[in-house]
Ligand binder design. Structure first.
Ligand code: PRP
Ligand code: ZN
Length: 218
């Protein structure tokens, strides 16, 4: 019998999701031998290769069928799908399941000393974020105009630098907000890790390996 072709599962290379994702894969019974520098790691007891990539790249790797599976935060997937036409991406992936770890929320925060009554207090403020599409959608729903500044990391320092009046970023423990003299005023979305799978047609041998893995974790 022909050995089934190996499938690829993308996880975050470094950051919050990395440890939790590996822990989950081990709990699923996969034997993984990896070091910090590894970018691709074959699973010893399953026809799967684990790819270590930037989390921003995971949705497109799965949608394009480069990887059959990916573990990514809902925050990343929602931001990217909000940016693209929803009908266009609908057929390209499927959420297998929410995994219950790496929980956080995407929230708007302002300086502790700033007054805040309700969402309309944000009117015309400069808001720094790495999630411009989700933030725009949220503010539009309340008809609140604002100037959105997109930055890719360390968003919480923007108010201290005088670049922004508010921020919109992930909050888990709230430690980063506290350290930067910020208070959370609006939660936009709740997030956790999820397993996504490609709907891109793949080789029959790969489909077998994919189905076997999915039935193992069901
Ligand atoms: C994440 C997130 C927040 C912080 C929230 O940043 O963007 O800044 O963690 O966690 P907390 O509420 O437990 O403090 P990360 O450390 O991943 O850095 P980055 O945003 O610069 O990528
Ligand atoms: Zn951050």
């Amino acid at each position: 019998m022909k050995t089934p072709t190996r499938i690829r599962l993308a996880i975050q290379k470094s950051g919050r999701l990395n440890n939790d994702s590996i822990k989950w894969l081990l709990q699923c019974g996969l034997k993984i031998n990896y070091s910090k520098k590894t970018l691709i790691c074959p699973v010893e007891n399953f026809p799967i290769d684990i790819l270590f990539v930037r989390d921003d790249d995971i949705p497109s790797l799965v949608m394009n069928g480069v990887c059959e599976l990916g573990i990514v935060g809902e925050n990343v997937l929602l931001e990217q799908t909000t940016a693209i036409n929803e009908n266009e991406i609908d057929q390209k992936y499927h959420v297998v399941k929410k995994l219950g770890f790496s929980r956080c929320r995407l929230s708007i925060a302002i300086a502790n000393e700033k007054p805040f009554a309700n969402i309309h207090s944000l009117r015309n403020l400069r808001i720094a974020t790495s999630y411009p599409h989700l933030l725009t959608k949220y503010l539009n729903a309340y008809d609140v105009p604002a100037k959105i500044l997109t930055i890719s990391g360390s968003v919480e320092i923007a108010p201290r630098l005088g670049m922004a009046d508010a921020i919109c970023d992930l909050v888990a423990t709230g430690k980063t907000l506290k350290e930067n003299n910020l208070k959370e005023v609006e939660a936009i979305i709740q997030s956790q890790a999820l397993l996504m799978k490609t709907l891109h047609p793949s080789h029959a041998n790969k489909k077998r390996a994919l189905d076997r893995f999915l039935s193992q974790i069901a």
